[in-house]
Design a binder for this molecule. Sequence first.
Ligand code: ADP
Ligand code: ADP
Ligand code: MG
Length: 456
Amino acid sequence: MGEKISQLRNIKRILIANRGEIAVRAIRSIRELGGESIAIYSEGDKNSIHKDLADFSICVGGANPKESYLNIPSILSAVEVSLADAVYPGYGFLAENPTFVALCERSNITFIGPSSKTLEIVGDKAKAREAAIRANVPVIPGSPPVKDLDDAIKIARKIGYPLLIKASAGGGGRGMRIVNNEKELIKLLPIAEREAEGNFGDPTVYLEKYIKNPKHIEIQILADKYGNVIHLGERECSIQRRHQKIIEEAPSPFLTDDIREEMGKVAVRFAKEVDFVGAGTVEFIVDENKNFYFIEMNGRIQVEHPITEVITGVDIVSWQLRIADGQPLTIKQEDIKQKFHAIEFRINSEDPESFVPNVGKIEKLYIPGGFGVRVDTHIYQGYVIPAYYDSLLAKLIVFGKDREEAIRRGRRALKELVIEGVKTLKDFHLKLLEDEEFLNGSYTTNLVDKKYLKET
Ligand code: ADP
Ligand code: ADP
Ligand code: MG
């Protein structure tokens, strides 16, 4: 019934400015809504499945991301020749790049995400922090952008050590340095600024008190173009190595209903402060007394969005498309219920003890299934992993009626998973599912680095 009629009114042909599993994820929602998908790919991604799954595909340049997935002129040309009317950014690459978004706006191309004005703020951690302060959202004791070393020393004396030097433009766990005393600050500040300039093209850094043993808990936001903003509850992402998430779960075993509700309200308030439109996530650090502090907003889809989708029944990527199409949110805050418990395991091509990435050919692959199991991936048997991109091969998502069932299902599904030819995190995840702190829910962001990381 009605399968030929598109559910999209204003955007019809959508170019996906990304690769890997998130490109596949986007193609699925675009097709279900009746839109057309255009994949872009690099010379290093000629064997990538996203290119075959899309309705059309265009090569945009060399394997190095700078020549392809970050190559703005080449991507805009692809939009033009393919007659696409919208761009889906995914995560990473150009997803939070206000320059790219402003160019789309000027050319009348719908960017499926917030405005360039919003991204000028949320894509910059120091500016986002200032917006949080304006909106009366609790932040970690810290500083505005550091002017010079004297300024930094003065502020650091006020905040107290240990603290973090953070790159305003940082992301993906990169651009952060722990500083334990003034001597280290003097030594590390210029290095941090140089690194920020080299890695993110912006030397701006700021200081933030380093919270010991915190939890990372974030709130998923959906906002339409008419000022309706709701949240879909939280995800706990405290299982991290080197400040990057590897297991996420929802709901968080640590939150009480009161704090959950309070965090949701605060996140919505922040989103309204920055005129947020689309799907985004407000990230918080939560200390052992359950005080929560804003750290940043990701103005884009997040890797771990499926755990929220499976416990609430809300298709977040479809809503990104509908919102960009100009449709109003039809879900109300009171409709959102966390009906199940879900866990996501990032299956990265990394050594399960050192977390060092490796590449190779997928010689054998068996993907688990059954009740309560979802796998989002772009890999297939025979696929050769290119060396240029991040190590995420697949996301294994399990859900059950409660946390215990989700954990049991996680063990079962991980044991079924077969990936031969490259080392993956599978065995690490199985170990973690026997860890006492994970099982009782008390784990914090330091667990993996403290207990499981073997330096090479
Ligand atoms: P990114 O943009 O790289 O995601 P975030 O600011 O979100 O940067 O921080 C990533 C991770 O680093 C957090 O999840 C947390 O583990 C750690 N972190 C960030 N800020 C602090 C802080 N002030 N104190 C302790 N840990 C922090
Ligand atoms: P999430 O917040 O969705 O969990 P991650 O921090 O794991 O996302 O990052 C997802 C991907 O996006 C990674 O490949 C990461 O390197 C990339 N990424 C995230 N933020 C940035 C940024 N500011 N600059 C460059 N790459 C980024
Ligand atoms: Mg973050």
